[in-house]
Write a protein that binds this ligand. Structure first.
Ligand code: PHB
Length: 545
């Protein structure tokens, strides 16, 4: 008998999202054993394996068959919500300015009414003595933060009933795993009074509702129809500000810029970039058979396609077009996603809901450049059998950020943090080539010769860097160390600027420089492209540390 997949078309999408939630949970390890997923999701081992192999194939998770980790590409889903809601793009610059002005953290949160919660969509962090900084996507119970009172001021009877039900079922809000336990009973009934006051006053405060020492004030930001879209908070520590002093010094200024924030939010948005979220599941299905859950892949493509919404929602036809799916297929996915609370229908159009942020956002927004690059460097090393590294520019030096060695060919042992002068290294030249001439760090009059071959003339070096800029690679042959040859390409961030370089290095005895370029440049470029794709996926939710 040939193995057949269960025919239930909705189940796989739901189960896939269950697995993604389990991997995204605040308490989950970075790498989770498949067997632990079986336990935490209640799904059968074979289901977990199929979901994971589908997510792996889609580039949303990485599994070695035993352990699985979220992959940065997953951020495209929360990123779709963040783009569609438009808040980070519209309010980001003003939030940065306010954070500078107050020298305090400024955050923006949206209501997640399905759970009477509040989710962060923007964070500019100036945390000093606070033990806790929330991440993009983190979920707070409305009763324990300033934005929650502002959102609750708009609640109807049904919403209040839902809140009471949730509070009664989970009095300590243990379901909100990003929030520490309070350590004292919260006067939850006081929330209704605080919400009513927030509605009248047009602002809300948080006097250590999250943790001792943390105080915040928040104001609502409304859309053209007067609906509260989000809340902007200024967060401080009681060693610098009490709620009273925040109210006296910060609040007036926050209120003064509210109109400006509302105008920024209402401003017309650029048309979506045509990033088709094409359904490529047929090919994968052919390859992986029952280990590829096509309806999971299609449902996630539908979810991602709603990121092209520019504030007016998206019609079924547009979703079908963007994904290349039949209308009936796209509609089925939308209905499942609606049932699960990730999208909402409004008349004839569909929108993403903040709950999409629970899919990996908080965990992935914390990834640094090293963690993003590491798996790609490891794959490159497996492919070309040479050491590979990633470095950034630090003044006139390069600084290693990630490295996967094979055999040691340098006389010094390179580790993360190692610095070399940029002018004599391939990564340095690729990095310098990414800067406009006037942005490049000044170099000494005479460049020290590190080997017999080091280019020491600034004029000659400038020509080499210009050449690296047009070639999009740099090759350095025994200029840093005798016997060492290295080839590097730039890595561009989400905004297209060069943020890092990757290289491979080998013994100068192995063939000619031209042969090294022929043999290694394509693989090096592919590795850089994969790192760049991850950086783009993470771009909407904040830049890597
Ligand atoms: C935060 O941005 O971390 C924050 C904002 C408002 C609160 C508490 C925390 O009430």
């Amino acid at each position: 008998m040939p193995r057949t997949e269960p025919t239930d078309p909705v189940g796989p999408l739901e189960r896939g999202l269950t697995v993604l939630r389990a991997l995204s949970a605040p308490g989950a390890e970075d790498r989770v054993r498949h067997s632990d997923l079986v336990r935490s999701t209640g799904l059968a081992r074979s289901t977990v394996d199929r979901v994971v192999s589908t997510l792996d194939r889609l580039g949303l998770a990485r599994s070695d068959g035993r352990e699985v980790a979220l992959a940065p590409r997953l951020m495209e889903l929360p990123g779709a919500y963040l783009t569609a809601c438009g808040i980070p793009a519209a309010l980001g610059p003003a939030a940065e300015r306010l954070a500078d002005e107050f020298d305090e953290s400024v955050s923006v949160a949206v209501p997640d009414d399905a759970v009477a919660g509040v989710r962060f969509v923007l964070q500019t962090t100036r945390r000093r003595t606070m033990s806790l900084a929330f991440r993009i996507g983190d979920l707070l119970p409305a009763e324990r933060c300033a934005p929650g009172a502002l959102f609750a001021a708009e609640w109807d009877g049904e919403a209040w009933r839902a809140w009471r039900e949730r509070r009664d079922a989970d009095p300590s809000a243990a379901g909100f795993a990003a929030v520490p336990p309070l350590g004292r009973p919260l006067d939850a009934d006081g929330f209704e009074g605080r919400a009513a006051r927030a509605g009248v006053d047009g602002w809300a405060g948080d006097d250590q509702l999250i943790e001792p020492g943390l105080a915040a004030v928040a104001v609502p930001v409304r859309d053209g129809a007067g609906r509260v879209v989000c809340a902007v908070s200024v967060v401080s520590h009681t060693s610098r500000h009490t709620l009273k002093s925040l109210r006296e010094t910060v609040l007036p200024r926050l209120r003064a810029v509210r109109g400006e924030l509302e105008a920024a939010l209402a401003a017309p948005r650029p048309a979506p970039q045509a990033v088709p979220v094409r359904d490529t599941s047929l090919e994968a299905k052919r390859e992986l058979g029952p280990d590829f859950l096509q309806s999971l892949a299609r449902g996630l493509a539908v979810l991602g396609s709603l990121g092209a919404d520019r504030g007016d929602g998206m019609a079924l036809t547009a979703v079908a077009e963007a994904t290349g799916l039949a209308r009936a297929t796209a509609r089925r996915s939308l209905l499942t996603l609606e049932q699960l609370g990730y999208v909402a229908a409004e008349g004839r159009v569909w929108r993403l809901l903040p709950r999409v942020l629970e899919l990996g956002c908080a965990r992935l927004s914390e990834l640094g450049l090293a963690e993003i690059a590491q798996p790609h460097l490891a794959a490159l090393v497996r492919r070309v059998h040479e050491s590979a590294s990633l470095a950034v520019l630090d003044g006139a030096d390069i600084r290693y950020v990630a490295r996967v060695p094979t055999v040691r060919i340098m006389s010094v042992n390179i580790t993360v943090g190692t610095r070399f002068p940029a002018y004599a290294t391939s990564m340095g030249r690729a990095l310098l080539a990414g800067l406009a001439r006037e942005e490049r760090p000044p170099l000494p009059e005479v460049l020290p010769a590190l080997t017999r071959r080091t280019v020491t003339s600034p004029a000659e070096l400038e020509g080499i860097i210009e050449r690296a800029a047009s070639d999009e690679y740099a090759l350095v042959d025994e200029e840093l160390e005798e016997g060492l040859r290295s080839l590097a390409v730039p890595v561009r961030g989400a905004d297209g600027r060069v943020v890092a370089a990757v290289n491979v290095a080998r013994h100068a005895g192995e063939g000619t420089p031209g042969e090294m370029r022929e043999a290694l440049l394509p693989a090096l470029r592919e590795a850089a492209a994969l790192i760049e794709a991850d950086l783009r996926a993470l771009g909407t939710a904040g830049r890597p540390r």
